[in-house]
Design a protein around this ligand. Structure first.
Ligand code: DP6
Length: 320
């Protein structure tokens, strides 16, 4: 009745920003991401009949504030007549700062909960359950390059290419490791309700997805760079044009973007993407990693630089 799983965060190349159904947590459009290999969350779920209520510890500290969302996810996987659970998670990277920690956390949670309950569910079912908790978490059920599509009141995830099929590197410049001011769930609802660009953003998503899919199939770095930066900047334009405006960037974020563009103009294979936080994620070819790392580390105000390859699907692990 106890199991542990490990899952990796994923970084969207074509973003999910907006829901068609906020009760079921269904994305309004598809998205494409890459799962990271070197950053991880491990999650232990211990179902204990003698326990009165669920308890949650994150990196060794009790987090009653995060418990309702975790308990709801456990109910979705195990049913509401389940035993209470002792849930403990650990991550090897800063959480709640826009490095997709909720994606790896909920992906690991559904896999661990299912394994603790006997391990009956398919990857497709687990992705659907993770997506209910956090849309982007569904993508962390798969490794490498992953596409998510909403379909028939549910989501499907498809592996577009394994990590080994195009071993890009990701260099993450941390510009502020504190928790974000507005969570993405609330922020995307504000965008849906108020941004004059929201409808256009959704209309163009199919074209961006097709361009990214083709670039990934052909290992066309410059094609992927062009569409991924465009899609990222479009998502942030939707955020900026929301009322109230949602601005996740700081001055250092902009300096990092400029550093990445400079490297590309000098011939490096690198592009940036930014999510609901101020960190800059630079995707690059392995041959350019050292240069990208040095350039981002040299930007004044960058507090940390994390590096990762692409990685594998969420899996149960031996927690002995
Ligand atoms: C900017 O998956 O965190 O990272 O479904 O409300 O939990 P909820 O949202 P979440 O949103 C991720 C937004 C993003 C883009 C992306 O990962 O596609």
């Amino acid at each position: 009745m106890r199991a542990t799983a490990r899952a990796h965060p994923n970084i969207a190349l074509i973003k999910y920003w907006g829901k068609r159904d906020s009760v079921r947590n269904l994305p309004a459009a598809g998205s494409i991401s890459a799962t990271l290999g070197d950053l991880w969350t491990s999650m232990t779920v211990d179902l204990d009949e003698s326990l009165q209520a669920d308890v949650l510890a994150v990196n060794g500290r009790g987090r009653a504030d995060l418990l309702p969302r975790v308990a709801r996810c456990l109910d979705d996987v195990l049913g509401t007549s389940r035993a209470a659970a002792r849930v403990a998670s650990r991550a090897n990277f800063p959480i709640a700062a826009g490095i997709a920690s909720s994606a790896s956390a909920f992906a690991a949670l559904v896999v661990a909960a299912d394994a603790a309950g006997g391990g009956r569910r398919s990857t497709a079912e687990l992705a659907s359950l993770a997506g209910r908790a956090s849309g982007s978490a569904a993508r962390s059920l798969c490794g490498g390059f992953v596409e998510l599509q909403p379909a028939d009141g549910d989501v499907t995830v498809t592996s577009l290419r394994p990590a080994s099929g195009w071993p890009l590197r990701v260099v993450i410049a941390v510009t502020d490791a504190g928790p974000k001011a507005v969570g993405s769930t609330e922020a995307m609802e504000i965008s849906r309700a108020t941004s004059p660009f929201y409808a256009r953003w959704l209309e163009q998503q199919a074209d961006d997805l097709a361009a990214a899919r083709a670039a990934i199939a052909a290992r066309d770095f410059s094609g992927l760079a062009t569409v991924a930066e465009h899609n990222c900047l479009k998502m942030h334009s939707v955020m900026w044009s929301s009322r109230p405006p949602i601005v996740y960037w700081n001055g250092v974020t902009l300096d990092c973007m400029r550093a990445v563009r400079e490297l590309r103009s000098e011939g490096s294979d690198v592009f940036f993407t930014i999510d609901a936080g101020p960190q800059v994620k630079a995707f690059c070819a392995a041959a350019d990693e050292a240069r990208v790392h040095a350039a981002l580390a040299a930007v004044a105000g960058v507090t940390d630089v994390l590096v990762s390859g692409l990685g594998e699907a969420a899996v149960p692990i031996d927690d002995a």
